[in-house]
Ligand binder design. Structure first.
Ligand code: VG1
Length: 566
């Protein structure tokens, strides 16, 4: 304990009008946090003030980061402000490192009031990159709009914040650090915890570790390659997959968390996880996976680089839940997917007689469904899957789910996927991203498109592209009513659903730090197994053509094509 109590000071500040959290937290260019006066402090004060004073006094919060540049500076400020604002205890990952699923898991385990995660997920790190702040609530999951709206309201009129500028902690030293504060009766405590242990213990009770170990060791071992992309997952991959489950040390690559992720985007898809793709194409490994910066998202590849579409991955895990011991205890109550995710999950739900919920994009919408016992498994097309074991997306959980399925079914990744298609049909799916679009151009394009598709005449519209015909079944701007608390979230994307089960969806991303990103999602269903071998983009070509024509996106944004296709 310090000899003299640490002073608590109040600092005058001026509010910002742009601190509205997006799909998951506040994301800005790092330079915005670094150079705009009190930009970080203002937002943290708004987050802390959003917690009712009675709940805040003496409570516990969790803090972690994906290790990106500026995280350490931000953690220091958060610690100083948490202390000054009456938080009793902070639990922080060693060296500031905690994956998003680990934070969610620790919040639940220790009954914390919430947690702050410093990450911009898949976005570039470093001084020229992005920085972000996610705020998860007492259930462990991303806070709903009611909370983020409150934070935004507070931030717009904020005039001061409180801080203990002299409080210093040692992020590297495991264990408890206690501080006496001026004018506070109770000491403020910080607990530095191992980044992996608590989360690992939860996974141990979910999966059959010995079955997975059997798969990864011995003469007939499955050779795996796991790419942590220099994000937060390195320590988790090493400890859990290598040390605990026996995968050889050289199966894990890029396992040192770097402040700039080695200059690459920690985005696990075919565009950015190219080194994994190349390695898998060599044919030596039977299973490959990559993670994003904060460990929520994952990509699965089979031998020779066979790609598992994330919407398919969700459906396949759903269909194979009995391979995971956890679900024998808890049962399977329901599934959920975001509206942009393919409807492959519905086909599984139908066969398993399990309800499937559709939500807007963003994990925060799954929270109520899971908390109320309606949902056991959920996911998004953006390479994210999770279950009711925690309240956030969990990339490593999904990888262990896949390994459990492989161990139980004794099939390759490709065989499992092809069997699934043969049984349920194949939902061809792809997403076009137009990044860094001029915001006004994107806004007006969406506004006009909304007018077009919600016009009465559109409902009877038919389209012919080559010899393909599509007639509109339903077109709307997607509004969501939460089945648990009845809250309504409006205008979450533009949907065109055709009578042959094909769909096109348009939406503006809520995670870009500058400019706008337009996403176009296309899906069509094919029952006939003899037609399951096609290239998704070829199959979806006619739908994409309709999408481009209706939106006029190329004319309106001055683009010739998308920046990324997944
Ligand atoms: C994207 C994804 C969405 C995901 C969100 C946060 O949002 O599409 O599925 O939940 O990122 O992901 P948007 O608004 O840009 O489409 V994460 O990995 O930062 O928690």
């Amino acid at each position: 304990m310090e000899a003299n109590p640490i002073p608590v000071v109040t600092v005058q500040t001026a509010p910002y009008d742009d601190q509205k959290p997006g799909t998951n937290g506040l994301r800005r260019k790092t330079i915005v946090f670094e150079s705009r006066r009190n930009y970080l402090q203002n937002f943290i004060q708004s987050v802390l003030s959003s917690i009712d004073l009675r709940d805040r006094q003496g409570c516990t919060m969790v803090v972690g980061s994906d290790g990106r540049y500026f995280s350490r500076t931000a953690i220091e400020v958060i610690v100083q402000m948490a202390a000054a604002n009456g938080i009793g205890r902070l639990v922080i990952g060693q060296n500031g490192i905690l994956s998003t699923p680990a934070v969610s898991c620790i919040i639940q385990k220790i009954k914390a009031i919430g947690g702050i995660i410093l990450t911009a997920s898949t976005k570039l790190g470093g001084p020229g990159g992005d920085f972000g702040i996610k705020f998860n609530g007492a259930n462990g999951g991303p806070t709903p709009d009611s909370v983020t709206d409150k934070i935004f309201q507070i931030s717009k009129t904020l005039e001061e914040y409180t801080i203990c500028p002299d409080l210093r902690i040692d992020l590297s030293r495991l264990g408890r650090q206690v501080f006496d504060l001026e004018n506070k009766f109770k000491p403020f405590r910080v607990e530095i915890v191992d980044s992996v242990d608590i989360y690992l213990n939860v996974l141990r009770n979910i999966f059959d570790f010995s079955a997975i170990k059997g798969l990864l060791t011995g003469p007939n071992q499955l050779k795996i390659r796991i790419d942590a992309m220099n994000g937060v997952m390195g320590p988790y991959v090493r400890k859990i997959l290598c040390e605990e489950l026996g995968a050889p040390a050289n199966s894990a690559v890029n396992c040192v968390p770097l402040e700039d992720f080695g200059g690459k985007l920690p985005d696990p898809n075919l565009t950015y996880a190219t080194s994994l793709l190349e390695a898998m194409k060599a044919g030596e490994h039977g299973f490959g996976a990559a993670f994003d910066g904060d460990g929520g998202r994952y990509m699965i590849l089979g031998q020779n680089g066979f790609f598992v579409n994330p919407s398919d991955s969700l459906a396949i895990i759903a269909a194979n839940l009995p391979c995971i011991p956890y679900f024998h205890q808890t049962g399977v109550h329901g599934f959920a997917r975001s509206m942009a995710t393919s409807s492959a999950l519905e086909r599984v739900g139908k066969v398993m007689k399990v309800p499937v919920y559709e939500t807007p994009v963003g994990w925060k919408f799954f929270g109520n469904l899971i908390d109320s016992g309606r949902c056991s498994l959920c996911g998004e097309e953006s390479f994210a899957t999770g279950s009711d074991h925690i309240r956030d997306k969990d990339g490593l959980w999904a990888v262990l789910a896949w390994l459990s399925i492989i161990a139980a079914r004794k099939q390759t990744v490709e065989e499992i996927v092809r069997d699934h298609w043969a049984r349920f049909g194949r939902n061809y799916y792809c997403r076009f991203d137009y990044e860094e679009v001029e915001p006004r151009a994107a806004f007006f394009m969406m506004r006009d498109l909304e007018a077009t598709i919600t016009d009465k005449s559109f409902a009877s519209q038919q389209f012919a592209v080559g010899n393909h015909f599509y007639s509109v079944d339903k077109a709307d701007s997607y509004d969501y009513t939460d089945p648990v608390d009845g809250s309504i979230t409006k205008r979450q994307g533009l949907r065109i659903i055709f009578s042959n089960n094909s769909r096109i969806i348009f939406r503006l991303s809520g995670t870009s730090s500058t400019a706008a990103t337009v996403r176009i999602y296309a899906e069509s269903f094919e029952k006939d197994p003899s037609k399951h071998n096609r290239e998704p983009q070829a199959v979806l070509g006619p739908l994409i053509a309709i999408a481009l024509k209706l939106s006029q996106i190329h004319d309106r944004t001055g683009r010739r094509g998308p920046t990324v296709i997944t």
